[in-house]
Design a protein around this ligand. Structure first.
Ligand code: ZN
Ligand code: ZN
Length: 740
């Protein structure tokens, strides 16, 4: 009793001493070593490793227990240097590490990634036990040395029965064949009843062999922990089984299992799987959002960011993302900033750039993912200046070599109309992957430069994929290269063994149809091995419109209405065909049907940037505050162009449909308004060489004629990006040679 009190007093005094000064104690204070050692253990248990070490080095006779405890602390906190110093101290004081201490040394070196040192110690051991083997196996697994891990595990079997930890580690680094072998051993040794091992089996199966094996293990488990459920959820997410993941989550909910952050993150991520319906996915996203609010998980930055990413991937409202982002104020990190920038990138690119600036004001450094999101936003803007400003920052922070960013820049510059800068980025890249090649082909296609794309294809030194051929075929279709397009299509199948998908067929139908080979295009559709989708039919419909072929158009229009009842193109075209043939009743019926299906035409919108401000114009001009002045300016412009031979295309029976509302007057198409606005402000923008207009849908024949003449009248280059491609109007001509 007396001894205990004494110890307690000393411990209390040591505690006071250390929490006050945390310095190395004066070794002249002669305290019994055992007391000091006791205190080393206490400090270690509290996680005060530095203080524990300082005290330890002042002790005259350290013992194995102390070394072991401290080594364990170093391993836990991944303090390799301190651990190494302890090891040296041990050797210098000729304290021969016993089995117990050596195991701790192996554990330390293995955890910190010094696997060679750990292995050396392991090999030199005169005697090893189960812990020695398991420590090294775990180390190999944690540092991705799967071959070494499996080999060591196999040699272990000659000496010991594995522990559950050894099983879990080896399963973590198994491929499918080894995984099955280990599973067999698990069953033989009855380790399948250990939750820890079964969880590892679930993860191993879903990583290597799809979800069936994982599901079988999951179902056979008599008891499951939360980690089991999370592993299965993560497995479904990994395999892209969004629906199953959601089902499992609702089962967890009804079984009263509860959930944690990892559960939430897996389920939210699985909302964006390909097999999920977008509308349904968005609904689930709202539910999970509510649940996160109720349970308070929403305030955790990872959960909020995951929800934000799900909303933006599912095309949800940006304001929801904004709300979530504001929830995380106080603990925002680069990941959550990147999340909100990504959410805005497509729908609100200017907003994304603003947020990017704000993030930097708050002193956070963007990473590759942030830059990738901002570059994506730049692709949605009308001028290349934002793209080049971000590009400059990418170079400044040393990400220039990053392939993902370079690929994104190729795309962004092309979208902003600067194909030269796209080429520059592409040519400067040291390494090119399939995405780099596909990006440059896509850029050429967007600019109608099919010949360049085909020439570059000859130099391609990476195996092309399906997307490569979509870009090449698109380029051919934009340039009217029928023979080359057909050659590429055949080459894809014969030389590269790539089986054509719907996209490839749609391109071919487009190529043949636009060039006037309508019957061949139709025949190709009937030859398709899969059911043609709405994209294929609308390609044929577009061709029929161009060549005023009403019979075939009727067929294509019907198919389009069946397959894509929300798409206005089929309805509008059909009603126009009927009214042009005098069947006004039928035409009216189709329009009524369209309204009944709540099909709304996408309004024609154009954007231009004047003095760093983006102006939006809607067809009809309702959206702009200076509507009157713009319309007056437009009238003057139309008058001048008429003097140059401009005749408005009022025959809109077969063309012009699908581009703008028929009832809206041709004169007030959004791109014409945008051009009038530029002319109005030409005093402020006189240094512009090029007038850049962006448009959400395709340019109509009338506007195309209008722009050609306007480029001649104004003596300026006019660059119009429509939904499909670029039109570069110069001196009365367009780069598309009227082929679009
Ligand atoms: Zn138009
Ligand atoms: Zn054109």
């Amino acid at each position: 009793m007396g001894m205990e009190r004494w110890t307690w007093r000393w411990r209390w005094r040591w505690e006071r001493f250390y929490s006050g000064f945390c310095t190395i104690p004066n070794s002249s204070i002669s305290q019994p070593d055992s007391v000091q050692l006791q205190y080393v253990f206490t400090l270690c248990a509290r996680g005060q490793l530095q203080e524990a070490l300082s005290l330890f080095y002042a002790i005259n006779k350290p013992n194995s227990q102390a070394y072991a405890t401290l080594l364990q602390g170093c391993a836990r906190h991944r303090c390799l240097d301190q651990g190494r110093a302890l090891h040296q101290h041990m050797l210098a004081h000729s304290h021969d590490p016993d089995l117990f201490v050596t195991n701790h040394l192996i554990n330390l070196y293995a955890k910190c990634g010094c696997l060679e040192v750990a292995r050396q110690l392991f090999d030199q051991m005169p005697l090893r036990n189960l812990v020695s083997w398991t420590a090294l196996i775990t180390g190999y697994d944690q540092h991705g040395r799967s071959d070494d891990c499996f080999r060591l595990f196999s040699s272990m079997l000659a000496h010991h029965h594995p522990t559950e930890f050894a099983f879990a580690s080896v399963l973590g680094s198994c491929n499918c064949i080894r995984g099955r072998q280990v599973h067999a051993l698990v069953l033989k040794t009855s380790f399948d009843t250990y939750v820890y091992v079964a969880n590892a089996l679930i993860t191993m199966y879903s990583k290597n062999l799809g979800c069936d094996g994982a599901w079988a293990v999951f179902q056979s488990m008599p008891t499951r922990s939360l980690i089991t459920w999370n592993s299965m959820l993560a497995g479904f997410q990994l395999c892209g089984y969004g629906a199953q993941s959601l089902d499992l989550f609702s089962q967890m909910h009804s079984d009263g299992i509860g959930f944690d952050r990892a559960t939430f993150l897996s389920v939210i991520s699985s909302l964006c799987s390909d097999d999920n319906d977008v509308v349904l996915g968005l609904e689930h996203c709202y539910h999970l959002h509510c649940l996160a609010l109720k349970t308070g998980f929403v305030s955790q930055v990872e959960v909020a960011t995951a929800l934000m990413n799900a909303y933006s991937k599912l095309g949800g409202d940006v304001s929801e993302c904004y709300w979530l982002f504001n929830e995380t104020s106080g603990c925002r990190d680069v990941v959550s900033w990147t999340g909100i920038i990504t959410s805005c990138a497509e729908q609100k690119p200017e907003q994304a750039l603003l947020l990017f600036r704000q993030m930097k004001w708050e002193g956070l450094n963007p990473d590759c993912y942030t830059f990738s999101a901002v570059i994506k936003a730049c692709a949605g803007l009308s001028t290349e200046c934002h793209g080049s400003a971000v590009h400059a920052q990418v170079i400044k922070v040393g990400f220039e070599e990053d392939m993902v960013l370079a690929n994104a820049l190729i795309h962004a510059y092309a979208r902003c109309g600067s194909i030269c800068r796209s080429e520059q980025v592409f040519n400067r890249m040291e390494f090119l992957d399939i995405v780099s090649w596909n990006s440059i082909f896509k850029a050429y296609a967007l600019h109608g430069k099919a010949v360049k794309a085909l020439q570059l294809f000859e130099q391609m030194n990476v195996q092309p994929d399906a997307a490569t051929f979509v870009s090449l075929l698109t380029a051919c279709s934009h340039a009217g290269l029928v023979d080359q397009g057909t050659k590429i299509f055949d080459m894809m199948i014969q030389n590269y063994g790539i089986y054509p998908q719907r996209d490839h067929f749609a391109c071919m139908v487009d190529i043949l149809g636009r060039a006037g080979h309508l019957l061949e295009a139709e025949a190709l559709i009937y030859k398709m091995p899969m059911e043609p989708d709405s994209v294929v039919w609308s390609a044929l419909l577009g061709a029929c419109r161009k060549h005023r072929e009403s019979k075939m158009a009727e067929l294509a229009g019907r198919k389009l209405m069946e397959l894509d009842p929300k798409n206005s193109l089929g309805y509008v075209l059909m009603s126009n065909i009927y009214s042009s043939e005098g069947c006004f009743h039928t035409a009216a019926f189709i329009r009524k049907e369209m309204r009944g299906c709540r099909v709304r035409k996408e309004p024609g919108l154009s954007w231009i940037e004047v003095e760093n401000q983006v102006h939006e114009f809607a067809s009809g001009g309702q959206r702009h505050p200076q509507r009157e002045a713009i319309c007056a300016e437009l009238e003057v412009l139309v008058g001048k162009l008429k003097g140059m031979g401009y005749v408005p295309e009022t025959n809109s029976a077969l063309h012009d449909i699908g581009e703008e509302h028929k009832e809206e007057q041709l004169f007030y198409h959004s791109e014409k308004l945008a051009l009038a606005f530029v002319v109005m402000n030409s005093g402020r923008v006189c240094d512009w060489k090029t007038i850049r207009i962006m448009k959400n849908i395709r340019i109509c024949l009338d506007c195309h004629n209008f722009m050609k003449l306007a480029s001649d009248l104004l003596q300026r280059e006019i660059l119009v990006r429509d939904a499909n491609r670029f039109h570069q109007f110069r001196g009365g001509l367009c780069s598309c040679s009227d082929y679009w």
